[in-house]
Ligand binder design. Structure first.
Ligand SMILES: [Zn+2]
Ligand SMILES: [Zn+2]
Length: 460
């Protein structure tokens, strides 16, 4: 008896000491496994663990989803996927000190997919049709991917869309990828419309606009930049195809900036209504205030378009009451759909309301049937490109069970429920002849023989 008890307690001891060890091994090993992002909710949940590592598993359409820019210090891998139609109207929670050309400091607010990036990494992300309309009373900088970057790296990304900032408080600006920053942007494809409007004619602001970043001290390499910029300013403008101003912070001489091997095309239209004019506007960098920098091997096809009328805000659309003709372009197997807007008055065109890729599958094959307990799965190949597609079939709804043999009457009500699910139709096709057969048998067996006999006789 004692031996038996001893063995049992030894066994229990072994089990309970092994379990925590096994669990500890499991949590220690895959430290760097990134968290998968499959939905807009997953994307927003980054804010709960902003130092984490993330990977985007599918394209996301952010239409109609309000966005608060996330302050981020982790790693985000877009995995070649896209975020469509992100709309920015508010700034993130974190602020940071930014400096102008005279090293004057401002506590600024930021907007972008990320508000601030600190020692962060963002790669392989397509930000398609990002749109911003930020109207603010405080110093503010915005960019498609981040409002502010501190020693962060953004690589192999695409940014397309239209970013508009309306501000008037001392220092503000718009960049295609980043508002204000240090760090690196490399191998990115950028095609943006940028609008920066000073909403108060009485103060001399410092305004910045750049195809990659508005101002700061970043390195930019191997980027393709297409810019259509508009600046209306009653202070000092700093405009550039890559950045409005390259400004080395006097206290941060450990960083250098390299701007090379980029291609810039496009135009910046601006006015600077100011007696003491500077009107910086250049294909690469508007103004340079730095020692440790290299700007070389960039190519451009760039137009500086300075205006001298100051009473009308500069915008891509200059008609007072524009009316647009809309053309919807459907998505393809590997192309986004979108709506093309064309102004009837001036011919100005832009695109908006992008839609996700869509294959065309006519015939679906049931792989796992949907039941009342779990969803099913169908596969099919695209009629256009042959790609194998999967479709999740919704769980079946509970239908009252019939104990009698099915007749045509009991079948009928279930038909409209089942049909839209598609994959159960083959089942129905078999059930209809079975029911007809059952009805025929019933007729033959229960006293309708005379009628059948008469029918057969008529045939003769
Ligand atoms: Zn027009
Ligand atoms: Zn296809």
């Amino acid at each position: 008896m004692k031996k038996w008890l001893l063995r049992l307690s030894l066994c229990l001891l072994l089990i309970f000491s092994a379990v925590p060890r096994a669990m500890a091994v499991e949590t220690e090993a895959p430290v760097q496994t990134p968290v998968e992002i499959n939905t807009a909710e997953d994307l927003y949940a980054i804010a709960e663990d902003p130092a984490g590592s993330y990977i985007l598993m599918t394209d996301l359409d952010m239409t109609g989803i309000p966005w608060t820019p996330i302050d981020f210090s982790g790693s985000f891998d877009g995995n070649g996927h896209a975020i469509l139609n992100l709309f920015l109207s508010e700034t993130g929670k974190e602020t940071a000190v930014v400096i102008d050309g005279n090293v004057k400091e401002y506590e600024a607010h930021f907007a972008g997919l990320f508000g601030t990036l600190r020692n962060a990494e963002v790669k392989n992300l397509k930000l398609i049709n990002v749109r911003a309309l930020v109207d603010t009373d405080v110093p503010c900088l915005i960019g498609g991917i981040a409002g502010y970057s501190e020693v962060s790296t953004i690589s192999d990304c695409t940014v397309t869309g239209c970013l508009e900032l309306r501000a008037h408080d001392r220092m503000f600006g718009v960049g295609g990828v980043v508002g204000y920053g240090t760090g690196t942007v490399q191998n990115c494809d950028i095609d943006v419309t940028l609008i920066c409007t000073d909403t108060d004619a009485n103060t001399l602001d410092e305004q910045f606009l750049g195809g990659v970043f508005a101002t700061g001290f970043m390195s930019v390499r191997d980027c393709q930049i297409t810019i259509d910029g508009y600046c209306s300013e009653f202070g000092y403008v700093h405009n550039g195809g890559i950045t409005g101003m390259l400004r080395q912070h006097p206290g941060q001489n450990k960083f250098g900036s390299t701007i090379r091997d980029n291609f810039i095309s496009g135009k910046i239209t601006f006015f600077e209504c100011n007696k003491n004019r500077r009107a910086y506007c250049r294909p690469e960098v508007g103004e340079i205030l730095a020692n440790w920098y290299t700007v070389t091997h960039n190519k451009h096809d760039f137009v500086k378009d300075e205006r001298k009328e100051y009473d009308v805000e500069l915008r891509p659309e200059m008609c007072e009451k524009p009316e647009y003709t809309m053309t919807i372009v459907e998505p393809g197997c590997d192309t986004y759909g979108y709506t093309l807007y064309c102004c009837n008055g001036c011919g100005y065109e832009y695109t908006d309301h992008y839609t996700l890729f869509q294959h065309t599958v006519r015939e679906w094959m049931e792989q796992e049937p949907a039941t009342m307990e779990k969803a099913g799965l169908s596969t099919g190949s695209c009629d256009l490109c042959g790609a194998v597609c999967q479709r999740v079939e919704p769980m079946l709804e509970a239908v009252p069970m019939e104990t009698e043999a099915p007749t045509e009457e009991t079948l009928e009500p279930t038909q409209p429920e089942v049909e839209p699910e598609g994959q159960t139709i083959p089942g129905l096709i078999w059930m209809i002849p079975a029911a007809v057969l059952a009805a025929l048998c019933a007729l033959l067996l229960f006293g309708r023989k005379k009628h059948v006999g008469a029918f057969l006789q008529d045939k003769k």
